[in-house]
Design a protein around this ligand. Structure first.
Ligand code: SF4
Length: 402
């Protein structure tokens, strides 16, 4: 399993696979072919199907065309490459219209990019192979008497605390920026931002309605910031980036938690997301929204259980519920924008995270379906989903008219 540094990425929305990944690929390609006269980009599968709404073309033009060179983008939504539905081929063209270089990239989710020819290269392991399943991690933690976050520090090194502090700082900024913004989000949906209004209204609400309204507004703030192309942290993706910071900020304020506790919860959440990424997928184009919002909810549920004093088994149970109760969730964004259903889904998943943690904390942590099992089921379900529901905007909500 890789470092959680590969999971939490700081970048600009609206999509980790369709915006951040292509931006990274273009930067890598440019570093090798900066002397080209012009560039071409073939976009395949989901990258082509929802690339316009997800601003893939804008990301490529900004990087490759940054020095005034032309960038031709050719869309092939019907061509799906066998390795991954998010594929793109970049070409550098010389002065005689000669081909200076060509490279195919796969944007496999969460901003990670794999180059053609490198699919089978071994991943850079931070954790030993025998700790690549939750059940082995739990057994190890039991044996050593340590918490999940301590296992992360043990294998990532103490420097991970500095990294995670930076991650939390950007998460806080994204909440604040989102709460300060008003107006309509870019794209054709004319969707107004709601976070600022919800936050103000939540101050007038008391009791069981008021405090959760605050958590909703925090999750919305980050999701709206992402939809507007703002700076966020993938947790585990751009589309699902509001769930974890929304919940953590809410709990911090509600229980007056010291920062160190939040940082440790972020480490545990990173471990949970990493396990899904390693054994399953966090790509909406591959497994639908269960791999994005479902995983974000699992991360936030586990983090909440930890912050509220849960054992490692209760944390595992909460995380399992976060994913289990999003099984089958489709990815069908309207107009290919990361707005409907994505933004509300962040807020709803944030609320569910609190419920999952409460439920798990009422138990002794024993339950029937393990986290590892639900990850396998998510993969199986995702592969059974028709491509209409895997980030192509060809079915479901994406087909509705308003
Ligand atoms: S529906 Fe879910 S998976 Fe699809 S773009 Fe929106 S947040 Fe991402």
């Amino acid at each position: 399993m890789e470092s959680i540094r590969e999971l939490y990425r700081i970048g600009y929305g609206p999509s980790s696979s369709h915006t951040m990944g292509p931006r990274y690929a273009a930067t890598e390609f440019l570093s090798r072919h900066y002397d080209a006269i012009r560039y071409e980009a073939d976009l395949f599968g989901s990258l082509a199907a929802t690339g316009k709404g997800h601003l893939t073309d804008k990301a490529l033009r900004e990087v490759l065309g940054g020095t005034g060179k032309s960038v031709t983008i050719i869309w092939y939504p019907e061509v799906v490459k066998p390795f991954h539905p998010n594929a793109m081929t970049l070409r550098a063209i010389g002065p005689q219209e000669d081909l200076l270089g060509e490279q195919t990239y796969y944007s496999v989710g969460g901003g990670k990019v794999i180059l053609e020819g490198q699919q089978s290269l071994p991943i850079k392991r931070t954790y030993p192979q025998y700790l690549s399943k939750m059940k082995h991690i739990l057994a190890y933690c039991e044996k050593e008497g340590i918490q999940l976050w301590e296992l992360v520090v043990k294998y990532e090194g103490p420097e991970i605390l500095t990294f995670i502090e930076q991650i939390w700082t950007v998460m806080l900024e994204s909440i604040q920026n989102g709460l300060n913004q008003e107006g309509v989000l870019p794209g054709g949906l004319k969707l107004p931002r709601k976070a600022a209004k919800f936050f103000v209204q939540s101050k007038d609400l008391v009791g069981p309605v008021g405090t959760p309204a605050r958590a909703l507004s925090y999750a919305l703030a980050v999701a709206e910031e992402n939809a507007g192309g703002g700076k966020i942290v993938t947790a585990p993706t751009c589309g699902s980036c509001g769930v974890l910071p929304g919940v953590l900020f809410y709990l911090r304020n509600q229980y007056k938690l010291p920062q160190v506790k939040i940082l440790r919860a972020l480490l545990t959440a990173g471990l949970i997301g990493n396990l899904v990424k390693h054994n399953g997928s966090i790509s909406g184009a591959e497994v639908g929204c269960q791999g994005e919002i479902g995983v974000a909810c699992a991360m936030a549920s586990g983090a909440t259980a930890q912050l509220l004093g849960g054992s490692i088994h209760q944390i595992e149970y909460a995380a399992e519920m976060g994913l289990e109760h999003h099984l089958g969730l489709t990815c069908d964004p309207m107009m290919g924008l990361v707005q409907i259903p994505c933004i509300e889904r962040n807020a709803m998943a944030a609320m569910r995270s609190l419920d999952h943690a409460s439920y798990a904390l009422l138990t002794d942590g024993r339950h029937k379906v393990s986290f590892d099992t639900v990850v396998d089921v998510m993969m199986e379900t995702g592969q059974a989903l028709p491509s209409l529901y895997r980030e192509t905007s060809l079915g479901g909500l994406a087909k509705t008219r308003f």
